[in-house]
Design a protein around this ligand. Structure first.
Ligand SMILES: [Zn+2]
Length: 315
């Protein structure tokens, strides 16, 4: 069963992590390879000839004399922390199934919670940008959900106050097994919001399977084929076979988010969702998740703290 394949894979052990990324020197060498797999290229003139300014750890181009640091222009830019701290953060973020709070991350890295928060949100930003452009296609099940707020006796509280509405979309095999997910905050469960979400996140002509909630018809305006299954509401809906996987996936994500983060700021919800999405979509290759994140991090532009604090976009 697919589930077991996910749960019983080896992942990246701490011992192996230390072998690969345990020292600053190792981390620098790895970042160099991620950034310049074919050898140094000057970002100014494209020249390859260079020398290393050892005292300041800079690479100087022989042609235009421009000096480049290893992390300039990447998400690690201007950091005062050693790279091995960043590597350890990437390790914890990718290898812990339910996510890790910045408080816990700070403890493990030996940094303050504020520093851990910045590291974590920068890495979540990498995850978010990485998956933003990838659309789901084929057969997609969608469902509405709320994050946060009070639980109302186990009911799916559509319209409950204080809760943040999200849409979970799961691309499945023809048999209904989940392949990839997208989790998106929406302003509300309105047709227009669903139309926008579908345009951004689903390939045209995808088949969207949903329950009878009216707003879901909005996906047809985005060129998708809408296949509503009228189920009634509440717990009964969860028992309809077509929604089994989506409901299980959604339940796992909701419990992980509420279990790991006591309070998630509304404005940063998209980034938290991106984190879960990223891990879920790469769940079959746990061991490679960390280096893959690192590779993309080196290619993600810097994100100053003042931008990090702003709210992310809807849908
Ligand atoms: Zn140059």
């Amino acid at each position: 069963m697919a589930r077991n394949k996910v749960q019983f894979q080896k992942g990246l052990s701490e011992a192996r992590f230390d072998e690969l990324y345990g020292t600053e020197e190792l981390c620098r060498a790895v970042v160099f390879c991620w950034r310049w797999p074919e050898g140094f290229i000057c970002p100014g003139c494209g020249g390859r000839a260079h020398c290393v300014v050892k005292t300041r750890a800079l690479y100087q181009c022989t042609t235009c004399r421009r000096q480049t640091s290893l992390i300039a222009g990447s998400i690690f830019a201007a950091t005062k922390l050693p790279l091995r701290v960043w590597f350890r953060a990437m390790y914890h973020l990718t290898q812990s199934k339910g996510g890790i709070s910045s408080l816990e991350l700070g403890r493990r890295l030996g940094v303050t919670q504020t520093t851990a928060w910045k590291i974590k949100h920068k890495l979540m930003q990498v995850m978010m940008e990485r998956d933003a452009g990838k659309r789901l296609a084929g057969r997609i099940e969608i469902d509405d959900a709320y994050i946060g707020g009070e639980r109302t006796g186990g009911r799916r509280g559509r319209g409950a106050a204080g809760k943040i509405p999200i849409v979970a979309a799961v691309e499945t095999t023809p048999e209904g097994k989940p392949v990839r997910i997208k989790l998106r905050r929406v302003e509300g469960f309105r047709r227009k919001a669903l139309e926008t979400l579908a345009k951004r996140n689903f390939a045209p002509a995808s088949t969207i399977v949903s329950d009878g909630l009216r707003c879901f018809t909005g996906v047809s305006k985005a060129g998708c084929v809408h296949q509503p299954i009228v189920t009634g509401s509440g717990r009964k809906a969860a028992l309809v076979p077509a929604f089994k996987w989506v409901n299980t996936t959604l339940a796992n994500i909701k419990s992980a988010i509420t279990g790991t983060y006591r309070a998630v700021r509304d404005k940063h919800i998209p980034r938290y969702l991106a984190e879960f999405e990223y891990r879920f979509n790469r769940r079959y290759d746990l061991a490679a998740m960390m280096p893959r994140l690192g590779y993309v991090a080196v290619r993600t532009p810097p994100m100053p703290y003042r931008l990090l604090k702003l709210a992310e976009d809807h849908a």
